[in-house]
Design a protein around this ligand. Sequence first.
Ligand SMILES: Cc1cc2nc3c(=O)[nH]c(=O)nc-3n(C[C@H](O)[C@H](O)[C@H](O)COP(=O)(O)OP(=O)(O)OC[C@H]3O[C@@H](n4cnc5c(N)ncnc54)[C@H](O)[C@@H]3O)c2cc1C
Length: 365
Amino acid sequence: MHRHDRPVTILERDPSRDARPPGGTLDLHEGMGQLALRKAGLLADFLPLSRPEGQAMRILDVDGTVLRDWPADPDEQANPEIDRGQLRDLLLGSMDVRWGQGVTEVVPGTGDGVLVRFADGRQETFDLVVGADGAWSRVRPALSPVTPHYTGITYVETSLDDVDHRHPELARLIGDGSVAVYGPDRALVAQRNSGGHVKVYAQFRAPLDWQADLDPADADAVRSSLLALFDGWTAPVLELLSHGTAFVRRPLHVLPVSHTWAHVPGVTLLGDAAHLMPPLGVGANLAMLEGAELAEAVAAAGDLDEAVRAFEEQMWARAGRWAKMTAAWLERLVSPDPAAALAVFDDVHPGPSVTTAPGGADRAG
Ligand SMILES: Cc1cc2nc3c(=O)[nH]c(=O)nc-3n(C[C@H](O)[C@H](O)[C@H](O)COP(=O)(O)OP(=O)(O)OC[C@H]3O[C@@H](n4cnc5c(N)ncnc54)[C@H](O)[C@@H]3O)c2cc1C
């Protein structure tokens, strides 16, 4: 919209750009996130920040045996990684954002545009409101009564800093990209971000109120309960958890596969607000591509409403396919049979696995 000289108001609930940690690394697919950056004229700025080596992937069993090892080709640009903070800064550039503007309600059909109410009691009208406000969208209720439901799978996230110097043995285990270890109903996944920062995700089946009485700020207690959950796994793998000093609980919620709504003039959704799905590598890519496509459709439109309708049809069809696929993957990745997880990677990974890890080690540690 910015490139088409269309005025846009960006409303963000966070009080500032750096109000909270931006989260883990993202891989941007050539035909999705990277295409959106190309349309925004930002691909050339993205490439030097991106980490093609981050596409490397290694899979272990709970004894530490390397089952698959896919090194990354540094020239391969299909899915390079980028830190979320870097991507956010790239996208925001010098654009004006109205920070600290929490939306509480959106009311279409006022006759005078779409009414937006804010947490501070003010209100304002707009021609088109695009709800890109994530899983717990406050725009969605204007279009759909549906809310996200719990998948039965929880992630607990922790981080390791300066891994190459402080934990060289873990650095070797993780390699240039990610390492994933699959056991019955549990997984441990560690992913490199830039600058030796690593995000570790403990993934397991649990009730929504798992350890609800545990103080999330009590890192020692959370670490102990996680180590108990992964009891019996080889020590070098458990080291991924033992060095975490802060833990964030993320129970995975999703919207129903193929969530749609009856079109309402002047309001639409994109990204997680429209189609929250398991976090398996496409959510941010879809949100970015949809943003680019909606902007192009609106910029070219004779009739704004027709353009938004056509955008929604296209988004629903594509997101429905991904939601179905990622729901099936999640069931197999955190499943009673770890072989099912391995099969997901064999299905989707384009290249051959090498038989031993670099350095000749075929066991963790
Ligand atoms: C552990 C994990 C790993 C993931 N890995 C990947 C990956 O590798 N690749 C990938 O493509 N996707 C990945 N995802 C998914 C991806 O993070 C999401 O799909 C993506 O962030 C959705 O973008 P969004 O803009 O729709 O929503 P969000 O990123 O949630 O952004 C919503 C924005 O709206 C703001 N907001 C919320 N409510 C209001 C309000 N009421 N008023 C004003 N502002 C509001 C929020 O502050 C936020 O800035 C992962 C997710 C997780 C949890």
